[in-house]
Design a protein around this ligand. Structure first.
Ligand code: ATP
Length: 309
């Protein structure tokens, strides 16, 4: 994170590492008049990372490398580019920067990869341009970029309310181990919410689960497994029924619990330890019910400058 002090522009590039997230609870209320949904969204950052490098350039350009790079837009719809534009506009400067994304977070997988790149680009440009923005200023721009972006900056664990963007940091008392089964193709988040609205005509007011918050605080994997929940899961399963087989495969391979990650189609499995993660990942990979299985742990730290040229 930026320290909030002016350090002068970096001469070469600035690289920021940023984590993916899993929603250990996603409670969704009814659609509001503005089309958004009120949420009680418990985010946990996990150790799958993108890296965004900002270097001085004649104009705003974006490049991307990684297995899913073909699914990432390289124009100004990329959240990293939008972050650079917003930050530059606030300071009355031109967003002349090249943003290179080394992408390891699955694209359109419900793991907030685009949001992560937005937060990372914001931090990288702030350092590159020597702006010294405060954390509050950066969080404000993050909230303008999207509901999941503030959490990508903060990392760790947090409860998001409102559209998910009003964050309360949560204590986490231990390391949790995960396996993520990455599906073929993505799921559109707006399409999943539309399906949720169709399936849930009278959604109750969303609230965080006290049992879940306590499980995070004490680092108790069994208690967390019992409390995991995602109100979008029925909608994601309705749009992608084959995900039920993936969930079943991970559970029978010994996962403590499995659920759809955010709006899917990635499925997340909580496992007891690193050895359990390896065996569940192996079973999922061998089953043919997912494209690939990734092992990760949590919590992970939020967007962080890892290199300055
Ligand atoms: P969320 O969990 O926040 O709903 P997601 O993980 O399902 O998001 P993303 O990987 O963020 O999905 O991608 C959703 C869409 O956003 C992509 O299909 C792509 O068109 C667009 N997008 C914009 N910027 C990026 C980016 N930097 N990386 C990936 N996708 C991006």
């Amino acid at each position: 994170m930026s320290t909030g002090t002016r350090q002068g522009p970096a001469a070469g590039g600035v690289t920021v590492r940023v984590p993916a997230k899993v929603n250990v609870q996603l409670a969704v209320g009814a659609a509001r008049a503005d089309g958004f949904h009120d949420l009680a969204n418990v985010f946990l950052a996990v150790s799958l990372f993108d890296e965004v490098t900002a270097t001085p350039a004649g104009s705003l350009t974006v490049s991307c490398e990684g297995p899913d790079a073909a699914g990432v837009p390289l124009d100004t719809t990329n959240l990293a580019a939008r972050a650079a534009q917003l930050l530059a506009a606030r300071h009355g400067i031109s967003p002349d920067v090249h943003l290179h994304i080394a992408k390891d977070i699955p694209v359109a997988g419900g793991m907030a990869g685009g949001s992560a790149d937005g937060a990372a680009a914001l931090l990288a440009c702030d350092a590159l341009w020597g702006l010294g923005s405060s954390r509050a200023e950066l969080l404000d721009i993050c909230a303008e970029l999207g509901s999941d972006v503030p959490f990508s900056l903060v990392g760790g664990a947090a409860l998001g309310t409102g559209r998910g963007e009003r964050l309360t940091v949560l204590p986490v008392g231990g390391v949790f181990h995960w396996v993520f089964a990455v599906a073929d193709g993505g799921l559109s988040t707006p399409a999943v919410y539309a399906e949720f609205d169709r399936l849930t005509p009278a959604a109750p007011v969303p609230a965080a689960s006290p049992a879940l918050l306590e499980a995070l605080r004490t680092g108790d994997a069994d208690a967390l497994a019992a409390a995991l929940s995602n109100d979008l899961q029925p909608a994601a399963l309705s749009l992608r029924p084959e995900l039920a087989r993936t969930l079943e495969t991970g559970r029978s391979a010994g996962a403590l619990a499995g659920l759809v990650s955010g709006s899917g189609p990635t499925t997340a499995f909580l496992v007891r330890d690193a050895a359990g993660a390896e065996s569940v990942a192996k079973a999922l990979s061998a089953s043919g019910t997912c494209r690939t299985a990734r092992v990760a742990s949590s919590p992970a730290e939020g967007a962080t400058v890892v290199a300055r040229g």
